[in-house]
Design a protein. Structure first.
Length: 425
């Protein structure tokens, strides 16, 4: 009778998953369709009309630079997946048998996670060092020493360890008490945490990796505030990051939500770009804010996480054994979660990048509308390409899997289209 009850329960849970998964997938696809901006990415302009032969020669390094990064990243990805498989089979099972205390499943899972994370730290460090130090130094970007880089790397991994442990504890608590329906509250908690960390990041995390000062140029400060207000974005402050103490990369970004919103400019940007070029770059970021790209991204992320966790719950149920303790209660499920999270992240990158590129185009269009300065927009894009040695002609596969932004030549084409629509030559 008890066996019949367990079988009926298993069949019911299976039916629920088979109903929930297609529904969530359909909801995610509909949300992507609704949120995806309608603006098309224009065909790229001819490079010879905007870059000199000397500049094009320099930009050839861009292909080598990013290809090297991608190859090392792909090797790290495959190595990490292989390690996670080992933690799922015999080696992981032996560690689990050594750690697992039925009376303390959460503590057992935390110990397992700690061993898994330390193993990941050890095997990923050579790849991270190669990308963050060797390649960056080879192409003339790195300014800080290898030891300074390691301290920043150690900070980020320590934060990852603490946050990962928190998620594992929540994850196992929900599985223990809600069984097959843990995935729904888990998705809600992850969404709330992502919003919370977006709020506190400028106050807690960013100061750990950079020093910030206020923008001293009052005229430029007031102009950037005016652009933000014109976009309907109430920014709290404009700060300058000491990027030049670490690397020669150039960028600007909006950070925080609500009362922690702010504009951050790299000091390399202020040093090498004109005020007009800085304004079109900041106007681009204001365009993101005007079209609520952060909120839309969080919403899509929440749907994607819910879909992923529902799928994972189905997998865990499939792995369950008929003993006193199911696989779901055992520490090895941490490795299963990490394996599929990493796999999903890579496999979903084409659709994520498509949405990102469309949002970037929408922000570019807003930048041109806010400043009405296509000339400075084009000039800024050229300087960004040269300072960051952008890749001008990625292959289709690289474009879909790695490009979160349109290419420089596509963005220049957008500015030319805008200039022509305004009656320019």
């Amino acid at each position: 009778m008890e066996g019949h009850s367990e079988k009926l329960s298993s069949e019911t849970n299976g039916a629920i998953f088979f109903l929930a998964l297609p529904f969530l997938l359909l909801l995610f696809c509909v949300a992507c369709f609704i949120i995806l901006p309608s603006e098309e990415i224009p065909s790229p302009v001819a490079e010879s009309g905007y870059f000199s032969p000397e500049q094009l020669e320099k930009l050839k390094n861009g292909a080598a630079y990013y290809k090297t990064h991608r190859l090392i990243g792909l090797a790290q990805f495959i190595t990490t997946l292989s390690m996670l498989v080992l933690f799922l089979v015999v080696p992981g099972k032996k560690i689990e048998q050594w750690l697992f205390k039925p009376a303390r499943p959460i503590l057992s899972a935390l110990f397992f996670f700690f061993i898994l994370y330390i193993s990941y730290f050890v095997i990923s460090f050579p790849f991270s060092y190669a990308r963050g130090v060797v390649v960056e130094r080879e192409f003339g970007f790195l300014v800080m020493s290898g030891f300074q880089w390691f301290l920043l790397y150690l900070k980020s991994k320590t934060i990852g360890l603490v946050l990962g442990a928190l998620l594992v504890a929540v994850f196992f608590f929900l599985i223990r008490h809600l069984k097959n329906f843990w995935w729904l509250p888990a998705a809600v908690i992850l969404f709330l945490l992502s919003v919370f960390f977006s709020f506190i990041s400028p106050l807690v995390f960013e100061p750990l990796f950079a020093n910030f000062r206020r923008l001293h140029d009052k005229k430029l400060h007031d102009e950037l505030i005016a652009i933000s207000k014109k976009a309907g974005f109430d920014v709290k402050e404009i700060l300058v990051s000491d990027e030049s103490s670490r690397s020669l990369h150039t960028n600007a970004y909006f950070s925080g939500v609500g009362s922690t919103r702010r504009i951050v400019l790299y000091d390399t940007l202020l040093k090498n770009f004109s005020p007009q070029e800085v304004k079109v770059i900041v106007a681009h970021e204001a365009g993101h804010a005007k079209h609520h790209h952060i909120a839309k991204g969080l919403f899509l992320s929440a749907l994607g996480i819910t879909l992923f966790l529902c799928f994972l719950s189905f997998l865990i149920s499939a792995y369950c054994t008929s003993g006193e303790f199911r696989f779901a209660y055992q520490p090895r499920v941490v490795a299963l979660l990490a394996f599929w999270a990493l796999s999903f992240s890579f496999l979903s990158s084409p659709i994520n990048n498509l949405i990102s590129r469309r949002m970037e185009v929408q922000a570019d269009i807003e930048s041109l509308r806010l400043t009405d300065d296509a000339e400075s927009f084009i000039s800024a894009e050229k300087k960004l390409a040269l300072s960051n040695i952008s890749e001008l002609h990625p292959t289709s596969l690289v474009y879909w899997f790695y490009f979160t932004h349109p290419t420089v030549l596509e963005r220049i084409a957008l500015a030319e289209r805008y200039r022509k629509s305004r009656g320019g030559e």
